[in-house]
Design a protein around this ligand. Structure first.
Ligand SMILES: *Cc1c(COP(=O)(O)O)cnc(C)c1O
Length: 379
């Protein structure tokens, strides 16, 4: 495979460029922006502009494009969940965000299903709102409506809901949760950070009853890494427009620049007009070609795995190692010691994944050819 040897900013800093076979993981740079997005950010960076107006207009445009009442660009999905809760507390306490005091947060609760807990949800704790957990990590509720209602009180400000491949089967549906929330006039804040594709999710979750749905701008949307998108109810988003960044007070530290706002808007426009079918076909082709190449080797057994870890409708390759002396960590270490280094995810039990989502066809084939050269011990 041709490696771009042109020295650039990463070379100057001594940080190797990697081939990412893991997927849209922030820790390896999430996703790559298109030329168009980079060009639009470049344009945005070259002028001064009224940031309040830019935030408002970009939100209005995105709301129209995504068939939502309103939209707000923030600096990541994690930030979006924090801001969503901030707006929910303001609504609950009947105050504008800037008038909220510490006591208002201490007097508020958010309901969270134990099966929806994730390494990201510590954000819910940061305003001082109490988390009220419900049900079990891997268990269906006995009587879902009644069980949710049992933890709702006058202190409840919102219900948090996670859409992800991680959620245990049998957890209550968004529709059911939203119907209970509606009855009690509570907003549902939905973490859908990695739930793209399909692009329809940009409006399907709010249609299904989420008051606010939050997406990462830096994953499959291919927007700026430090961007996120909140879509949904206008009353809640108006509270943010009135008080969150670039205003002072709560949320001021969640800074989103003109470049990110322009970049996310640009990336979103491209995402909505992209040919998702051909993109998924490309992933299928990569998986098929990887399986063909690797299955010629006596020590590999490669198969299509679907959907991927985030529940996205994109296949991956699950590679099993059939050599008793070799475990997946040895193979992953070998891949990460290549030039350029290849980052792939372990799948346990002598196996690992190759994810086409962040690879080109040429990269996937190169990885497979390198795997064929792994120095197996004969047995
Ligand atoms: C990636 C992710 C986040 C965080 O998204 P950022 O845009 O990086 O802040 C939150 N929740 C879930 C489920 C995620 O997958």
């Amino acid at each position: 495979m041709e490696i771009d040897k042109k020295p650039g900013i990463y070379e100057e800093l001594g940080v190797p460029r990697v081939i990412n076979a893991m997927g849209t993981y922030t820790i390896y740079g999430g996703s790559k922006m298109s030329r168009q997005t980079i060009q639009d950010m470049n344009d945005a960076a070259s002028s001064f502009v009224d940031l309040n107006l830019l935030q408002k207009r970009a939100g209005e445009a995105i709301a129209r494009l995504t068939k939502n009442e309103a939209a707000y660009i923030c600096n990541g999905a994690a930030a979006g969940i924090y801001l969503g809760l901030l707006a929910a507390v303001a609504l609950h306490r009947g105050k504008k965000i800037r008038y909220l005091a510490r006591q208002d947060f201490h007097d508020s609760e958010i309901v969270v299903f134990r099966s929806h807990r994730s390494p990201y949800d510590i954000i819910l704790d940061q305003l001082g709102v109490s988390i009220v957990e419900l049900a079990y990590s891997n268990h269906t509720l006995v009587s879902p409506k009644e069980d949710i209602e049992a933890v709702i009180s006058e202190r409840t400000a919102a219900i948090y809901f996670l859409e992800s491949g991680w959620v245990a089967p049998g957890a209550p549906s968004l529709e059911l949760t939203a119907s209970v929330a509606k009855k009690h006039q509570l907003p549902v804040i939905l973490d859908a950070a990695a739930m793209l594709p399909p692009a329809d999710n940009l409006w399907n979750f709010t249609k299904a009853g989420a008051s606010l749905a939050v997406f990462s701008g830096g994953k499959d949307l291919c927007g700026p890494q430090a961007s996120g998108l909140i879509v949904g109810r206008k009353d809640l988003i108006d509270l943010l427009l009135e008080s969150a960044f670039p205003k002072h007070g709560y949320g001021r530290f969640l800074k989103v620049g003109k470049e990110e706002i322009a970049g996310l808007y640009s990336a979103l426009c491209q995402y909505l007009s992209a040919d998702m079918g051909s993109r998924i076909q490309d992933a299928e082709d990569q998986v098929e070609s990887a399986c063909r190449l690797l299955n010629d080797h006596p020590y590999y057994l490669a198969a299509r795995s679907y959907p991927n870890e985030a529940g996205q409708p994109i296949p991956r390759v699950l590679v099993k190692i059939r050599n008793a002396q070799t475990d997946e960590q040895q193979v992953l270490n070998y891949l990460s010691a290549l030039t350029p280094p290849v980052i792939a995810a372990a799948a346990g039990k002598q196996s690992f994944y190759l994810n086409p989502m962040t690879l080109t066809k040429a990269e996937m084939e190169w990885i497979c050819h390198q795997l064929l050269k792994f120095p197996f011990v004969q047995h």
